[in-house]
Ligand binder design. Sequence first.
Ligand SMILES: NC(=O)c1ccc[n+]([C@@H]2O[C@H](COP(=O)([O-])OP(=O)(O)OC[C@H]3O[C@@H](n4cnc5c(N)ncnc54)[C@H](OP(=O)(O)O)[C@@H]3O)[C@@H](O)[C@H]2O)c1
Length: 245
Amino acid sequence: MSSAPRLGGKVALVTGASRGLGLAIAQALVAEGGAVACLARAGPELSRAVSDLAATGAGALAVPADVTDSGQVERAVRQTLEKWGRLDIVVLNAGTWQGAPVHETSEQMWDLLLDLNLKGAFLTLKYAVPALIAGGGGTIVGIGSLGAWAGQPGASAYAASKWGLRGLLESVALELKPHRVRVSLVHPHNINSAGPPLARDAPERTRKLEPSEIAALVAWICTAPDHVSLGNVTIWPVAAGITAG
Ligand SMILES: NC(=O)c1ccc[n+]([C@@H]2O[C@H](COP(=O)([O-])OP(=O)(O)OC[C@H]3O[C@@H](n4cnc5c(N)ncnc54)[C@H](OP(=O)(O)O)[C@@H]3O)[C@@H](O)[C@H]2O)c1
């Protein structure tokens, strides 16, 4: 939000950074002068995202991994440390949405949501936190959802995964406070990310947030003065949030 880059010399790991909100967060962090390791499953989308970032002169590295696979996440963190020798920021963004009434929720859907939205965050923390502690501190930002705050009919498994993420990170925040690692959760609602982007003048556009609008908030959290820590932050479009009626 300021014009002078504030993350020079800092290194971030962003999960789910091949598209959507994760890519917008990676773009916002490199705009602040940070170097970013982009984690997503291997494929052309991740390669393109990282080469586009690198083309701007930014420090960008693809660390292909399935966030639900312990060995792959460990390797991605190791590759980040081998490249830059430090880690300062971890953004737990990889996640997805699926929904059905609870009695129509398949075990497969339950496992997908809990594995990706919750276990993936746990595994990333498991391997990244030692580097944050070794570096003397840092910032962790989890991407939750309004579904982490209120029950959602037809989305009980998704809500369980995001409430779980909130419980995980609120506990980790207390564990890591002595190590000067601050932990925040950003809870967005209705992002113009999945699927084809809406045109600027599309009527539904006012009911969606642009990924860059949420990414700016994440960048603000990561660049706040060291003594400032945000906890849970909700962000929604005025026309479609929980206060919109
Ligand atoms: N969209 C919304 O309205 C909304 C609302 C509230 C909260 N959120 C949350 O915001 C976050 C981002 O959402 P989005 O809409 O930007 O999602 P998206 O466009 O579907 O992007 C998801 C990202 O996660 C990656 N990913 C998926 N499965 C993965 C796996 N197993 N291992 C590693 N990476 C994986 C994807 O890359 P690959 O597929 O290439 O691996 C992609 O980079 C999620 O946590 C979501 O729950 C979204």
